[in-house]
Design a protein around this ligand. Structure first.
Ligand SMILES: Nc1ncnc2c1ncn2[C@@H]1O[C@H](COP(=O)(O)OP(=O)(O)OP(=O)(O)O)[C@@H](O)[C@H]1O
Ligand SMILES: [Mg+2]
Length: 234
């Protein structure tokens, strides 16, 4: 990528020559082998590649969930690898949203309580109008009093998506968000991700190894063996 360094600030999230080595000596694994990639704002990007190619590792470094061995992981042009643990915790809480394959809802909380949890943890008041708009858009109005065990997988993932959107984060990182869903619920969740980008200007970076899921994205970064092998606009 020519003169990438001069343009990193144009991306909501970007990796610059990112290296991640797990372990050391004979057992060292180079999970990221110099990854440079940018994810534009208000767009839906997908990171694709075979199992073990480094997709989750890249996402974890970009989201400040894991530290890199070298290189930069930028959020809004700021290098997360240079932040203290405390600052990084705040950045994750205040500026990033997460959606995981396993939904990761708290079983004892209702849907509403799960959605509002990040705001409560941050000591922020909910914007009730935004909350209602999200709940409506995600079709969750009749489910707000239900606990996760009383909801289908697709409904649980929609709650997780509302929880990620409610703080209006700069970037939502989603790791195989449709990996545990049947095809109807997958389509549902993928359409909702697209809708969040189109209507709310949300930036989304989704890890998937599913071609069909990636076809919903505006940009696709393909990885193999810890490297970017192709970056294309869909
Ligand atoms: N905590 C860890 N310790 C050691 N090696 C790890 C660790 N996490 C990941 N790896 C290794 O790093 C490489 C990249 O793993 P990663 O989880 O990023 O792949 P992935 O593309 O997300 O795969 P999948 O599609 O199966 O989820 C793999 O070889 C994996 O075994
Ligand atoms: Mg993975």
């Amino acid at each position: 990528m020519p003169d990438f360094a001069g343009h990193v600030n144009n991306f909501a999230s970007a990796a610059v020559d990112l290296v991640k080595v797990y372990g050391s000596g004979d057992t060292a694994v180079r999970a990221l082998d110099g990854v440079t990639a940018g994810f534009p704002p208000a767009a839906f990007s997908a990171i694709m590649g075979p199992s073990g190619s480094g997709k989750s590792t890249l996402m974890h470094c970009l989201a400040g969930l894991d530290t890199a061995t070298s290189g930069a992981a930028l959020l809004g042009g700021k290098d997360l690898t240079r932040l203290s643990d405390n600052t990084l915790t705040r950045v994750r809480r205040d500026r990033i949203g997460f959606v995981f394959q396993a939904f990761n809802l708290l079983p004892t909380l209702t849907a509403e309580e799960n959605i509002l949890l990040p705001l409560n943890l941050a000591g922020r008041r909910a914007d009730r109008a935004w909350f209602r708009q999200l709940v409506q858009a995600l079709g969750l109005s009749p489910r707000l009093a239900h606990r996760p065990s009383e909801m289908s997988g697709g409904q649980q993932q929609r709650v997780a998506l509302a929880r990620a959107l409610v703080t209006r984060p700069e970037v939502i990182f989603a790791d195989e968000p449709t990996g545990n869903l049947d095809s109807t619920s997958s389509t549902d969740v993928l359409n909702l991700l697209r809708q969040a980008v189109r209507e709310f200007g949300q930036t989304i970076v989704m890890v998937t190894h599913d071609d069909r899921a990636a076809s919903y994205a505006d940009h696709v970064v393909r990885m193999a063996d810890g490297r970017v092998v192709q970056a294309v606009a869909a």
